[in-house]
Design a protein around this ligand. Structure first.
Ligand code: MN
Length: 342
């Protein structure tokens, strides 16, 4: 007799059709959120978030990424399509946001709530920000000054510190495109769709109001989990902006060359060489340090120098092709030492 409810659940969640991701339930009915009106909650959850889930499912199935965990789709955002990056972020960010909103949270002050938690979060907040109010002000500032659509974040960094940051669109600090990296423990949606019906253009009023339903006991739990999450080590290992910058120029020049268009690499071989020099002199992320990776970086710089030199001497396409393939091979050698699970 228990089979029927199970089948209904599977049907609703979409897993019976092999959809990798599904919309999470809210903890409260749409009309229970007080400072956020019912219509906004309904559209935000059942239309916007559902939309990210649908588009994410479609994109991962199309791109053969349906076996990847959500976190892996985000970690390597710079290597993903726009559809995967935006919708994986959209799904993750909103799932976190809903968990934080609790209109029936206990009536005590947020400080009291944090003090009674089995968590070092409150101590760390006092340590780094002086008071919870100061931290809220920092978060409001990050949210208010984020131009256009995006999110404000409180994250645990690989150094196990707290950091306040913001990101555009549906990006987040797990992604390799983010300047500040870490595991989010609190996120505030500052897209207009999160507040426009009730607050119109007054983002500041929405930001003041949101604290009355934001549950710090959830943040404290997330903080405890983040501190021991292996993802934190992975982020530390993956946070290498100079590699990302090199990769960007290589991708924009190598792929056209593969198709016989050598103009981009002829225009930008000097830039590619410069990025290789910066990469070779950059701080290698601690978990990656090895003689092999240092040697590969030296090789990459030499190969880029040689490619640039031959282009400046107007070498034939055939020679340019050979040299850029060598650069590409070495880059993948380095990348292979960085990523286990891409
Ligand atoms: Mn949203």
């Amino acid at each position: 007799m228990r089979l029927i409810p199970l089948l209904i659940t599977l049907f609703i969640s979409g897993s019976i059709f092999g959809q990798p991701f599904s919309l999470p339930e809210l903890s409260h009915p749409y009309d229970a959120y007080g400072v956020i009106d019912s219509k906004t909650m309904e559209i935000h959850h059942s239309k916007h978030h559902q939309g990210y889930v649908n588009k994410l499912n479609k994109a991962v199935l199309k791109e053969g990424l349906e076996k990847k965990a959500l976190v892996d789709l985000m970690l390597y955002a710079s290597y993903r399509s726009k559809a995967v990056r935006n919708n994986a972020g959209g799904h993750y960010n909103h799932t976190l946001f809903w968990e934080l909103l609790n209109p029936s949270k206990v009536k005590a002050s947020d400080e009291q709530v944090l003090k009674t938690q089995k968590s070092k979060l409150y101590k760390e907040i006092l340590n780094q920000y002086g008071s919870l109010d100061n931290l809220k002000m920092e978060l409001n500032k990050a949210a208010a000054t984020r131009f256009g659509s995006g999110w404000a974040w409180l994250v645990v960094t690989p150094e196990k510190k707290l950091a306040v940051t913001s990101s555009p669109n549906q990006d987040n600090p797990i992604m390799d495109v983010s300047e500040v990296r870490g595991i989010p423990v609190l996120g505030i949606d500052v897209w207009e769709h999160a507040y426009y019906l009730k607050y119109q253009n007054k983002r500041g009023d929405y930001l003041s109001a949101i604290w009355s339903i934001l549950d710090w006991s959830v943040v404290a739990n997330k903080y405890n989990l983040a501190l021991t999450d292996p993802l934190l080590k992975t982020i530390e290992k993956e946070h290498w902006p100079e590699l990302m910058h090199f990769h960007k120029v290589l991708a924009q020049t190598f792929h056209p060359a593969e198709k016989g268009n050598y103009n981009p690499i002829r225009d930008r071989s000097g830039e590619l060489f410069a990025k290789a020099i910066l990469l070779n002199t950059s701080a290698i992320p601690k978990p990656l340090l090895s003689p092999d990776i240092s040697l590969a970086l030296i090789k990459l710089e030499k190969q880029c120098g040689s490619l640039d030199k031959c282009i400046r001497k107007n070498a034939k396409d055939k020679i340019v092709s050979k040299k850029i393939v060598l650069v590409h091979d070495t880059f993948h050698e380095i990348q292979g030492m960085c990523h286990d699970n891409k």
